[in-house]
Design a protein around this ligand. Structure first.
Ligand SMILES: [Zn+2]
Length: 204
């Protein structure tokens, strides 16, 4: 079906079916292999150190390159490069800590606030029917990058589990992730919030 499938470009094997760049596809987008090379470099770190850690490196780079959607004071929000679903976001503290119990009170509060905000923004942009929220603590629990804490915000749609095994084998196309980042970053500033900072916490 494609001319390039199975070939290797800059060390990256092209796997997903796609149209060559000079052939208009149904989405009218160009395929950008140079971004795949960049993402190849974002693969699993060789060890647990901060200089191997993509979540430590991301804030030092441009938002559009690292797919950062929003930067808070102690934590930031970025797109997952290997999403379980469209719009899959991660909330990371800036500090290189691995365990939720190591987070300060301020980090715990901000990660919680950013999680709720991420839900509001993704809801406004792509209208999911539900969400999975959570942190995998330790490699055995499924953490891809166990050394640096990250909270998953995964939007869910009715029936999405039926095609997940199929798209699970498909690498995300960076152009689409970039488009999503732009959309979510813009919505982050414009979406109304349910958070009323003037409302007192209920008595315990
Ligand atoms: Zn880190």
């Amino acid at each position: 079906m494609t001319q390039l499938e199975g070939t290797v470009v800059d060390g990256v094997r092209i796997q997903a079916p796609f149209q060559p760049a000079d052939t208009p596809d149904p989405f009218g987008r160009l395929w950008t292999p140079h971004r795949m090379v960049y993402i190849g470099g974002q693969d699993k770190p060789a060890d647990d150190s901060t200089d191997q850690c993509p979540f430590c490196a991301a804030p030092g780079r441009a938002d559009t390159d690292t797919l950062i959607v929003h930067r808070g004071h102690t934590a930031y929000v970025l797109m997952n490069l290997y999403p379980y679903n469209t719009g899959h976001l991660l909330i990371c503290p800036y500090r290189h800590i691995s365990d939720w119990t190591q987070a300060t009170a301020t980090e715990r509060t901000e990660i919680g606030t950013l999680t709720a905000r991420a839900m509001e923004v993704v809801r406004a942009v792509s209208h999911p029917h539900g969400f999975n929220l959570g942190m995998n603590q330790g490699q055995v629990a499924g953490a891809g990058i166990a050394a640096h804490l990250h909270q998953h915000v995964v939007p869910r749609w009715t029936g999405d589990a039926n095609f997940m095994p199929i798209i699970g084998k498909t690498k995300p196309v960076p152009q689409l992730l970039g488009d999503q980042r732009d959309q979510l970053a813009a919505a982050w500033d414009s979406t109304p919030t349910a958070l009323d900072t003037d409302r007192p916490d209920p008595e315990r």
